[in-house]
Ligand binder design. Structure first.
Ligand SMILES: [Mn+2]
Length: 368
């Protein structure tokens, strides 16, 4: 397991690399160039600058999240080919600096949806939350201003205003796209990109829909186990891989996280893991919580044990954390709670590794 933390770059993150360096065991940064538009080939100079910045602080840069996919690819428009060409160029350039995994999603228009960026929990920490009734009562444009207004000036990944300027015509364009058509458009994209990724030693790792059900009537095709099986079989190659996100998949009460993790670990198609805990309300709404088992509905210890049992060698990161200790940061991406999450995951991992390898914890500490 390679522990990483997501970082949005020195211009767009309240958290510094030097701070992340003080979290034990975080060896890699999950980087991004958040300001680039979907469809644009990432400039090699920018990629190299990011790589230099991250490696100078002693981290690896082997995972990128996200290289966003242009809507024309998802819509299957004739112009998709030029955007796929640009995507392929980005894959090649990222591979040239040693990137191994590219996390992306295939959600139409919105990368993720929440009704609240700062729900107050009883201990006064704040978290992202989803109330179905609130989301259904609001039009997408108002939700956009609600969310960007509550983000404290930080850009929200996937909710960049430029990208969403054309929101109404985009929503109309998707009126004709069924889930079946969207899946065919994903397959078309994978058929072109996976061979290049394979040649470069890169794994494409699709992120599940968040939440894993249709929002604003838009089609969703990365919701559950059968969707994930269909996707990895569409182009059956290890470079067509998955990001398993416990918070996104776990938001649906019908998803069995234990079964999903086992299925794809067994098939060796997990390139990246996001561990986030959420708690379900009785009506199916959910809010995000601290990473430990008792804080939420996700069987976190069990999932870490599965990763250990399969001797998972890929990348992992604590996903969204709570905002605690008065921190001002991008919602979900504060330093403090993600650091606590990283240590919870790492502690469990060490404990299972000791059990698996028949070592006592005393030996481990003596050898350190
Ligand atoms: Mn995630």
């Amino acid at each position: 397991m390679n522990m990483t933390l997501r970082w949005f770059g020195h211009l767009d993150d309240s958290v510094t690399l030097k701070q992340i360096k003080q979290i034990p065991k975080v060896g890699g940064i999950v980087g991004t160039l958040n300001d680039l538009k979907a469809g644009e080939a990432w400039p090699l100079s920018r990629i190299r600058a990011l790589h230099r910045e991250v490696t100078l602080e002693g981290f690896s840069l082997e995972v990128i999240e996200s290289v966003n996919i242009h809507e024309d690819i998802k819509l299957g428009l004739p112009s998709r080919d030029k955007y796929i060409e640009a995507y392929i160029e980005t894959i090649r350039r990222l591979a040239s600096v040693g990137v191994k995994v590219i996390c992306y999603n295939f959600m139409p228009v919105f990368d993720w949806t929440r009704s609240d960026l700062a729900k107050v929990l009883p201990d006064k920490s704040t978290v992202l939350a989803y109330e179905r009734a609130k989301v259904e009562a609001i039009d997408p444009n108002s939700l956009l201003s609600h969310l960007t207004g509550g983000a404290g000036g930080f850009s929200l990944p996937g909710w960049e205003p430029e990208r969403l300027q054309e929101i109404v015509p985009l929503l109309e364009a998707y009126q004709h796209i069924t889930e079946e058509q969207l899946f065919l458009n994903l397959t078309y994209f994978l058929e072109k990109t996976v061979p290049v990724a394979a040649e470069c030693g890169v794994k494409l790792a699709i992120h599940p829909d968040d939440p894993p059900w249709p929002v604003f009537g838009l089609p969703r095709i990365v919701k559950n186990k059968s969707d994930l099986i269909r996707i990895i079989e569409a182009v059956d190659h290890p470079s067509n891989s998955l990001t398993l996100c416990s918070g996104s998949l776990g938001a649906s009460l019908t998803n069995d996280l234990s079964d999903i993790f086992q299925t794809f670990l067994e098939r060796d198609r997990v390139a990246f893991v996001h561990l986030r805990n959420i708690r379900h309300e009785p009506n199916g709404d959910f809010y995000e919580t601290a990473h430990c088992d008792e804080a939420g509905s996700v069987p976190m210890t069990h999932l870490i044990k599965l990763l250990s049992t399969y001797n998972y060698q890929g990348f992992i990161r604590p996903d969204h954390g709570r905002m605690i200790w008065g921190e001002k940061a991008r919602p979900g991406y504060g330093l403090y709670d993600r650091a606590l999450g990283a240590m919870y995951i790492q502690g469990q991992w060490d404990s299972f590794a000791n059990q698996r390898e028949g070592r006592s914890e005393y030996e481990t500490s003596r050898n350190a």
